[in-house]
Ligand binder design. Structure first.
Ligand SMILES: [Zn+2]
Length: 106
């Protein structure tokens, strides 16, 4: 089980957007990376190509960030925290904030 899931608020620990927070759009579990809204933006310059009717310009998109560089922000204490795991009485596994002990998965 990965410590980051889609729609989490996360803190970026490394890279050019270090210290920023954002919402996880997608987790690429096989690559151990996540795409975060407006974080690690890359700009691809595309050339105009009349034959293929492609408009030239700058394409802006999020590049995936390694999961090891992300910390989940706990909604209970509003801090970026390491994640622990706990099993509920119904057998469901949930993520726990290591700072306040609150449940991250509601
Ligand atoms: Zn917490």
């Amino acid at each position: 089980m990965l410590h980051v899931k889609a729609n989490d608020q996360v803190l970026v620990l490394a890279g050019k957007d270090r210290g920023k927070t954002g919402r996880v759009l997608q987790v690429l579990s096989d690559r151990k990376r996540a795409v975060i809204e407006r974080i690690n933006m890359i700009y691809r310059h595309t050339r105009q190509n009349p034959q293929q009717n492609v408009q030239g310009g700058i394409l802006e998109k999020e590049a995936p960030v390694a999961l090891s560089n992300l910390q989940v922000i706990c909604r209970e204490c509003n801090q970026a925290s390491r994640v622990g795991y706990s099993r509920l009485s119904d057998g469901k596994k949930v993520r726990i904030c290591k700072k306040c002990g609150g449940t991250i998965d509601k």
